[in-house]
Design a protein around this ligand. Sequence first.
Ligand code: ATP
Ligand code: MG
Length: 388
Amino acid sequence: MKEVILIKLGEIVLKGLNRKNFEDRLIKSLKRRLHKIGRFEVRAAQSTITVTPLYDDADMDEAVSCVSKVFGIAAFSRACSVEKDIETIKKAAGEYLEERFSEIKSFKVESKRSDKKFPLTSPEISIEVGTYLADLYPDVEVDVHDPEAVVTVEIRDSAAYIHCGVIKGAGGIPIGTGGKAAILISGGIDSPVAAYMMAKRGIELTAIHFASPPYTSVRAEEKVAELLQRVGEYSGRLNMYTVPFTKLQEEIRDKCREEYSTIIMRRFMMMIAEKIASEHECQALITGESLGQVASQTIGAIACTDSACSMPVFRPLIGMDKEEIISISRKINTFEVSIRPYEDCCTVFTPKHPRTRPVLKNVIAEQDKIDYIPLIEEAVKNTRLTEL
Ligand code: ATP
Ligand code: MG
């Protein structure tokens, strides 16, 4: 008896001609992630992907946790895999389900026979296995209408599988099927959530972080790296590009009217991010902005920010409340890191009275007090890569 993971293909089933590409990407993501835990075979057949450990001591709890974070999977089950022989199946079901049957009061068996050469029909398999389990566990009743647990027996080409209960997958579509984009990542709560949400739509991520030493510390950068590692459990490994932003921020502080400083800083961020993003074949930028959350996130301010770059800017949190964002950040395990108290370059130079309705022409007039083009080029040139 061997334990495996059976993955049912999710939304990707709907993708018609693209299906093969989606399936291949999903298998690739699974292989790459599982490789870190041990040796597993990942194989697709009959609209199911089967993950089989190649050694007896494989850590299946780790493997399950890993699979639960791979996008493109609607649901999966832990199953026991046995030889296609009814007596073997019955005995294995009895052993494999022992713990589960100690917790439940009623069950039924459902069978699916996709290997039509198997001598029993699906209803016959259900009766055989159901009777066996009812005898073995007399405290658990058969209830075909409203059972507490459904035991499933699948007879496939490769083997027979027994499982009890479906685990919800991460949903979404496989990484890499949505193209590439750059996430502007701060150490805050929002941008890691934005990264997760776009990764869920199949986007492969590159991360860009603006640092303003000595106003921001090495600790702040380490915090961002840690956030990205956590996001990476869903998005796959990503690279972090750290942009030295101090000079531009000091120029803004020294030369521009204070109420415009945030918006000008954000425009410079977009200009720099767009250059780095296009160097790495990204087709869009992603931010963690949410409408009305702060002065730089009004419609007017966002319009002024957007006009600084020509790439599309995705803001997956735009219509979300802070509470909703926090609940996702808890789910993906970034919240506790995000709330660590390190300065972000945005907060260091925050004006007392920022413009909430900036007029683009006034913003540009202020911005043009700085000879910013060479400074932007220099910042891009001095960007540092951290491989996480
Ligand atoms: P977050 O929680 O993501 O920091 P926020 O609500 O604090 O967001 P802002 O500080 O105004 O909002 O930042 C808005 C967005 O700008 C962030 O979500 C992020 O995408 C980007 N951003 C802010 N600071 C940085 C930074 N230091 N490096 C890269 N991107 C940043
Ligand atoms: Mg922030």
